[in-house]
Design a protein around this ligand. Structure first.
Ligand code: NAD
Length: 494
């Protein structure tokens, strides 16, 4: 079956007639369909449609736009089960996780919808008499949304709903590894009443993404993906003077102190490291164990990691699904090799599962390395798979130093019963997000989301902060004095 782009309210085949196959990573014999490998022509068609729709959409009162977005949330809720199955089939994570992915989009829709009744500006006193100073958040224009595959609905929703709520129009280039979910997203927005051209989907790979970044009518680029791709996009946006927000890679650490509730920490580490098969920007990929509990906790962890039920995400018993594709599978296996060559100790997993029920999918065991040193590549580089690197800390200060010895800074966590450790960690860990006694994953829609260092470029999605990406400030001075008043000049007190 062939699926099309969604442009100007029409399902549109690619002008180039090029296609790519969408494959179930748990069973590569299962071909979901063919999707457009779009070119710059298709991108231009979509951006032009979005530009034409901008004038009308941006002038609809924001709360009315919010009403349409709220309806989209309702429809996501209605289609949740159907969409969860579609998402699991195309990208592999278990159904309980894909339901959560959709729930995040529902939460974001409702949050964005209500935000349309706020979108607060500031009023301040003027320095001159009979003059008022006001400021407004203004929509910007056509926003390009480019996203990764691991959260096919939630992550795009973090960008699309606030962008639309603020009065922008959108062209979305979804990941080539999760295009079917994007089709449903478009169907839902259409049913909710989003007018033609306001929201467009152009499928494809880097070619379509790059064309979107380059298009002169695109004013904002909102990107989620790898640090390499995001950095290259930001460089182009710098040259082209476009606003760009980046959500990129992570290498997130959990610290477990000797006073922690170890059973609680165990659940958190298992979920953080092996949930979504470790394919989350916020996945726990580094574990820092305080020396007194190092051996005991490792023993508990290895025992439980070996018990994780691996399989197709469509099986309700599955706890950990497949890797997304062959390329990513090869990359993870090569890091497992590198870790051993670097001298880390492989204490759990480390193999691809390739027989029986796993024969036709991309499955890798939950893998744990101990005795990892901060100079090792498995400690420093984002693997994006079920591979956990463990190091031992002699003290709290040592643990913080290890946690911060990273080029990334997205999520972080500490398990402790000590108020002193907890608050010092909040202050000292270099990351956009810090959890206390909870895993590195678990963002909520109404809170800022993003990271420092190579994870981002200073923007935050989620919550109220996302509107800083999708609006520009308009400053207004109203002088009702009836005479020329000169700021800074006519204000000086004698
Ligand atoms: P990727 O960078 O390969 O691709 C991301 C998107 O960019 C895809 O849609 C891709 O087609 C597009 N793209 C690729 N090259 C492009 C180019 N030159 N110009 C424009 N677009 C281009 O990332 P991925 O493998 O799909 O996703 C995994 C990465 O995403 C990981 O690094 C992960 O940490 C990150 N991620 C980050 C967050 C976050 O919020 N920080 C969330 C999810 C995933």
């Amino acid at each position: 079956m062939r699926f099309y782009n969604y442009i100007a309210g029409e399902w549109t085949p690619p002008q180039s007639d090029r296609w790519f196959a969408n494959i179930n990573p748990a069973d590569t014999r299962d071909i979901i369909g063919e999707f457009p490998r779009s070119s710059a022509h298709d991108v231009d068609h979509a951006v032009t449609a979005a530009q034409e729709a901008f004038r009308t959409w941006s002038r609809i009162p924001a709360p009315q736009r919010g009403e349409i977005i709220r309806r989209a949330g309702d429809i996501f809720r209605r289609r949740k089960e159907e969409l969860a199955a579609i998402m699991t089939r195309e990208m592999g994570k278990p159904l309980f996780e894909t339901r959560g992915d959709i729930q995040e989009a529902i939460d974001t829709a409702y949050y964005s919808a209500t935000e349309t009744r706020r979108l607060f500006g500031y009023t301040t006193p003027s320095e001159l008499p009979n003059k008022m100073n006001l400021s407004f958040r203004m929509p910007i224009g056509v926003c390009a949304v480019i996203t990764a595959w691991n959260f096919p609905i939630a992550v795009p929703s973090w960008k699309i709903f606030p962008a639309l709520a603020a009065g922008n129009t959108v062209v979305w280039k979804p990941s080539e590894d999760a295009p079917h979910s994007a089709i449903i997203f478009a169907e839902i927005l259409e049913e909710a009443g989003v007018p033609a051209g306001v929201f467009n989907v152009v499928h494809g790979d880097a070619e379509a993404g790059a064309a979107l970044v380059e298009h002169p009518l695109v004013r904002v680029v909102a990107f989620t993906g790898s640090t390499a791709t995001g950095t290259a996009i930001a460089a182009r946006c710098g040259t082209l003077n476009k606003k760009v927000s980046l959500e990129m890679g992570g290498k997130n650490a959990v610290i477990i102190m000797d006073d922690a509730d170890l059973e609680l920490a165990l659940e958190g580490v298992l979920w953080g490291a092996f949930g979504t098969t470790g394919q989350r920007c916020t996945a726990t990929s580094r574990l820092i164990l305080h020396a007194p509990i190092h051996d005991r906790f490792l023993e508990m962890l290895i025992k439980r990691a070996r018990m994780l039920r691996i399989g197709s995400g469509l099986d309700p018993a599955t706890q950990m699904g497949p890797i997304i594709n062959q390329r990513q599978c090869d990359k993870i296996l090569s890091y497992i090799q590198i870790g051993q060559e670097e001298g880390a100790r492989l204490v759990c997993g480390g193999h691809r599962l390739a027989s029986g029920e796993f024969a036709n999918g991309y499955f890798i065991e939950p893998t744990i390395f101990t005795e990892v040193r901060p100079t090792m590549r498995i400690w420093r580089e984002e693997i994006f798979g079920p591979v956990l690197s463990v190091a031992k800390a002699e003290s709290f200060e040592h643990a913080i130093t290890l946690a911060n010895d990273s080029d990334y800074g997205l999520s972080s966590s500490i398990y402790t019963r000590s108020v002193e450790y907890a608050f010092a960690a909040i202050r000292d860990i270099e990351a956009g997000i810090t959890y206390i006694n909870a895993p590195t994953i678990g963002a909520e829609a109404h809170m800022p989301f993003g990271g420092v260092k190579n994870t981002g470029n200073g923007h935050r999605e989620g919550g109220w902060t996302v509107f800083d990406i999708f609006t520009e400030w308009k400053t207004v001075y109203v002088d009702f004095s009836g005479r020329l008043q000169r700021a800074q000049i006519d204000t000086q007190l004698e």
